[in-house]
Design a binder for this molecule. Structure first.
Ligand SMILES: [Ca+2]
Ligand SMILES: [Ca+2]
Ligand SMILES: [Ca+2]
Ligand SMILES: [Ca+2]
Length: 456
């Protein structure tokens, strides 16, 4: 027993030492443009994992890292700096950042930096990434990058990776001047996760104004804003995959494809018949002249989405609507829902992969039901009956209205609901009575929340 115990202790020590060594990484602290390239060159051949910390400032130039070692690379700001404070700027003089690990399983992390003004006759004028490992791009701003000639991926080009995670980035005003994937182009990956990103006002001359993806097994898009992207074909997204597509609580609007009979919103093409396509709680509405979704292949389930134009076949379609989502101020880039929006509390709480929070980080389910789109309305309100409905039976009877109306006229205090009795509450009660009496509460601002018809 003693020997066994000793062996266990030794093994535990060895494992913790090994883990400890694994977590060691060379750290570089950089504050000048020239040092960034020097440290990238050092990192690519030092046989260690590396973290390059950037001080606040603008790093002008074009930067590259070509590794033949299987070690990881992280680029991120010092301490709590924001992407607005740490800027990589190619000044339109070439491709901004090139990270290539070839066939090696290298993990790349890029965090909280702005990457702008890459301009090149190359794929990925902003960022070019290639690895057999994982890629994490977090809290970055990727903007004003342009790829020219027959090159894909104006903002970002990723060729072959295992898992790719895009979290909380803004991908905006990037151009694939003559080809595919204005914002992002991904060719070949195992799994891709897009969470809480804004993909806005990117352009591709050919297909996939916002994002173009092909040769991928599994994709999750959750809580993203995909707006005002342009292309000849597939204005917002062009996605081709083999196994599983989950599209949950995204807002896709204002995208445009200019060619006739092309899809303005999202194109999803599936190579395997058994692939699972699951689309729930999205707003995919108001994309140019109507082609919001195009589906080809796979087993498609659509739950509680708001869209107008759809083409393709699906197995299950439940609770979908076609109504103006009533955004707060889309012309100013505000895609939160206004009170009274038909998307409020209209989603499916049991949707698979429903996130815990919305794009803002607020709880994903507020007021008992999840909303459609990337933002949950945070105003809390009750689902109580109208105060005139004294017996709470979801019907305004003549006498209930008369009592409420005369209490209002006489300025009396009403036991339930706001006092003094608001005029619009009285007229709402009259409207409900005239509409047949039965009503329900759809949530949102009182008294507009009380709507004629049964079903509470
Ligand atoms: Ca290294
Ligand atoms: Ca169009
Ligand atoms: Ca809600
Ligand atoms: Ca009643």
């Amino acid at each position: 027993m003693k020997i066994t115990k000793m062996i266990t202790v030794c093994l535990t020590l060895a494992v913790s030492l090994w883990v400890c060594c694994l977590s060691q990484a060379a750290e570089f602290h950089v504050s000048r443009s020239i040092d960034l390239q020097v440290k990238l060159a050092e990192a690519q051949a030092n046989g260690e994992d590396d973290i390059i910390f950037l001080a606040a400032g603008t790093y002008v130039g074009t930067f590259s890292y070509s590794s033949e070692e299987a070690n990881d690379l992280t680029i991120k700001p010092e301490a709590d700096l924001t992407p607005e404070q740490v800027i990589l700027d190619a000044e339109s003089l070439g491709r901004l950042l090139y990270l290539n690990a070839g066939e090696n399983e290298v993990n790349f992390v890029i965090e909280r930096v702005t990457c702008k003004r890459g301009k090149a006759v190359l794929p990925g004028a902003g960022l070019f990434l290639e690895t057999a490992g994982n890629i994490n791009i977090v809290d970055c701003i990727i903007t004003s990058n342009s790829s020219y000639s027959s090159n894909n991926g104006g903002g970002i080009y990723i060729s072959s990776a295992n898992a790719i995670n895009f979290n909380k980035n803004v991908i905006m005003n990037n151009y694939a001047k003559n080809y595919n994937g204005g914002g992002i182009y991904i060719s070949s990956a195992n799994a891709i996760n897009f969470n809480k990103n804004v993909i806005m006002s990117n352009y591709a001359a050919s297909s996939g104004g916002g994002i173009y993806v092909s040769l991928v097994n599994i994709i999750h898009f959750i809580n993203n804003i995909i707006v005002n992207n342009n292309a000849s074909y597939d204005g917002g997204l062009h996605i081709r995959l083999s196994s599983e597509f989950n599209f949950i609580n995204n807002t896709v609007t204002g995208n445009k494809a200019s060619s006739s009979s092309s899809i303005d919103g999202i194109y999803i093409g599936v190579s395997e018949h058994q692939a699972k396509i699951y689309i729930a709680n999205n707003i995919i509405w108001g994309n140019d002249d109507g082609g919001d979704i195009y589906l080809t292949g796979g087993i498609v389930e659509l739950y509680t989405n708001n869209y107008k134009g759809i083409a393709g076949s699906f197995k299950t379609s439940i609770g979908n609507i076609d109504q103006d989502p009533s955004f707060v101020a889309p012309e100013e880039g505000d895609y939160h829902l206004s009170l009274g929006s038909p998307c409020i509390n209209s989603g499916y709480n049991e949707a698979s992969n429903l996130p815990a929070t919305d794009k803002d980080g607020n709880s994903r389910i507020i007021n008992d039901f999840v909303d459609m789109g990337a933002y949950e309305l945070t105003d809390s309100f009750s689902f109580d009956p109208h105060p005139a409905d004294s017996n709470n039976n979801w019907t305004i009877e003549d006498n209930e209205f008369n009592n409420y109306n005369s209490a209002w006229k006489q300025g009396n205090t009403w036991t339930n609901g706001p006092n003094p009795i608001p005029l619009d509450f009285v007229s709402r009660a009259g409207f409900l009575k005239e509409s047949g009496g039965t009503y329900h509460n759809v949530g949102g601002k009182q008294p507009d929340c009380w709507m004629p018809g049964s079903g509470e």
